[in-house]
Write a protein that binds this ligand. Sequence first.
Ligand SMILES: Nc1nc2c(ncn2[C@@H]2O[C@H](COP(=O)(O)OP(=O)(O)OP(=O)(O)O)[C@@H](O)[C@H]2O)c(=O)[nH]1
Ligand SMILES: [Mg+2]
Length: 266
Amino acid sequence: MQAEKIEKAILVGVDLGRRADINFNDSLEELKSLTEAAGGEVMATLVQARERINNTTYIGSGKLQELKHLAAELQPDLIIFDRELSPVQLRNLEEELDFKVIDRTRLILDIFSQRARSNEGKLQVELALLEYRLPRLTGKGAGMSRLGAGIGTRGAGEQKLELDRRHIRKRIQEVKKKLDKVQSTRNLQREKRQRAGIKVVSLVGYTNAGKSSLFNTICRTGHRSGMEQVEADHRLFQTLDTTIRKVYLPSRREILLTDTVGFIQN
Ligand SMILES: Nc1nc2c(ncn2[C@@H]2O[C@H](COP(=O)(O)OP(=O)(O)OP(=O)(O)O)[C@@H](O)[C@H]2O)c(=O)[nH]1
Ligand SMILES: [Mg+2]
């Protein structure tokens, strides 16, 4: 499941100070963990303190030159920006830097596409990737195949990189239809459970908080043996697909326990 080769990344963040909605250091720390979860490694981190984000290049022009020099020296496999880049910012940065540029959103989608196992999970990731890419098709960079394999290039639909917008829109409709079908089946199952009066207990929380470990422990004690464990690991977003299992409470009452996808702060 790990990427074949560890890709080296430079992280770039803008510190808005008190103007930001979340703590900058926490956000960067989280980005580093996300990079590692995607199979990458951080070589360097570049930070700029600014009043606001630059609309065209995210960071200021002086900082961009600094980043260019740093990248020329370190030769990273990719450069990762701490927030979602607009299509314009992404295009300008790719042109200026001439390295693979991705943003936080693309990084998370990449992790999800590595981890999705269920049919529904895969469809959801494909849909998110298509919708992310649609306004960002530029004929190069994050949209294109010249980048080869690796973080930010993987995933559902990646083989179809040369598809034009029309094809992507069509595929979006197809995936949505398939998802509708899967979800209506699930709704039926849910209604059936509700009618049977079985309560569902969900484990929710920050990614890597220990939900899957707790799930395994509860299932071991509250369940007949021989069930497969869910995967628990220190990587962020280890769990992507919801697992649902029957568990007996000490009172012998039956419940359904679900392990779910974690949250992140940003
Ligand atoms: N110290 C300590 N570590 C724990 C505990 N529970 C889980 N861990 C560790 O925390 C890490 C994350 O555990 P998971 O159970 O995979 O966490 P999760 O919330 O399911 O994470 P995601 O599925 O990635 O969102 C693993 O390395 C566990 O071994 C605990 O009670 N104490
Ligand atoms: Mg988990």
